[in-house]
Design a protein around this ligand. Structure first.
Ligand code: MG
Length: 346
């Protein structure tokens, strides 16, 4: 099996402003595994706050010898990659995604069938409205016309005003993402109370990651809305540490090292009584359609990456009645629309 990869910057339609900063593009590495003329596509997305970069991912992938990989041993391959380091989660995810794509294609089935998932529909997918001026927010709400659920990025001193303004524009249900921006317990409880009257389904990561567990526990008890962990959790092994601190978890392939572990996280969350969301970083259709394969098992999904970029190298998925449509194509369903791989690699 041959491994090819190339850096690719995803350009954002709007500058992405969070409580923690702003950017206009996100670096990714696009991965292609080739065996018997079949391509398996994968992707690593590296938003700066996760600590991975073009250099770190390229270095990780350069160190891999895929020449004797056998698709019958997919889990052993992933275990051996995982043992290389205790980080590089997005780099590992890119291989996991490409391997699932290739294995399912080589069996002429979809990846969800490969994983034993027979549901045909995803939950309604949320569309992200980033921070911005009133005029920018008005444009973004108009752009979200095809979506039935909006995910609002918060974490600033004017969050109440922002929600009040957005409520004057739309009555669609909101998922709120404070991105660690509500600073202390009192502020968070005050905001949660206010937001609970605004048709809000849940709030992601109200407080910073380093908030002590006893404060999270109190917040969970007193909160008038479900609180979901995002930055506070990456992998399966983190779940037991946070199960009493949150009502649910945002699972992302770039944090979990890919589909294999994300599926285990979904299953363990169900057993622990935790709510689940499948989310994403800035990702092309490649990683998004991979995540969509396990999305039927989640309570919420936020897989809007391809709709927020201008240079998706794969076909953009369709959304009907607010739901991301699962592809009938074998594998993950990502279909390239341009060849981004170096000529010497073809
Ligand atoms: Mg989040």
């Amino acid at each position: 099996m041959k491994l090819q990869f190339v850096p690719y910057h995803l350009q954002l339609k709007h500058p992405f402003r969070l409580a923690t900063g702003s950017r206009t593009s996100t670096p990714t590495v696009q991965v292609r595994l080739v065996e018997n003329g079949i391509f398996g596509y994968g992707e690593a997305s590296m938003p700066p706050y996760l600590g991975e970069s073009l250099d770190s991912v390229s270095q990780f992938l350069s160190g891999i010898d895929s020449s004797d990989w056998n698709l019958d041993n997919l889990s052993q391959i992933l275990e051996s990659l995982d043992s290389i380091s205790d980080h590089d989660n997005a780099a590992k995810a890119s291989i996991d995604i490409a391997l699932h794509d290739l294995k399912a294609k080589s069996q002429a089935i979809t990846t969800r069938e490969l994983l034993g998932i027979h549901a045909s529909e995803t939950p309604i997918t949320a569309f992200t409205i980033g921070m911005g001026s009133k005029d920018e927010l008005r444009v973004k709400v108009q752009e979200a016309a095809h979506f039935h659920q909006l995910k609002i990025k918060l974490g600033g001193p004017d969050d109440k005003e922002k929600i009040t303004f957005l409520r004057s524009l739309t009555d669609k249900p909101f998922i709120l993402d404070a991105n660690q921006g509500w600073l202390d317990e009192k502020t968070a409880l005050n905001y949660l109370d206010f937001m609970s009257t605004k048709n809000v389904l849940l709030v992601e990561q109200p407080l910073p990651v380093n908030t002590p567990p006893e404060i999270w526990k109190r917040l969970k008890e007193k909160s008038s809305l479900p609180i979901f962990a995002d930055e506070s959790i990456k992998r399966l092994s983190d779940l037991h540490q946070i199960e009493e601190l949150f009502h649910g978890v945002n699972i992302k392939l770039m944090k979990s090292t890919g589909l294999s572990e994300a599926l285990k996280m979904l299953q363990l969350c169900k057993n622990l009584g935790l709510g689940t969301m499948i989310g994403c970083m800035t990702e092309s259709s490649c990683a998004i359609l991979a995540a969509a394969q396990i999305a039927p098992l989640a309570d919420f999904i936020d897989l809007d990456g391809p709709f927020l970029i201008t240079n998706n190298p794969f076909e953009t998925p369709t959304v009907i009645d607010g739901k991301l449509q699962l592809k009938k194509e074998h594998g993950n369903g990502a279909i390239p629309i341009e060849n981004i791989y170096p000529l010497e690699n073809q």
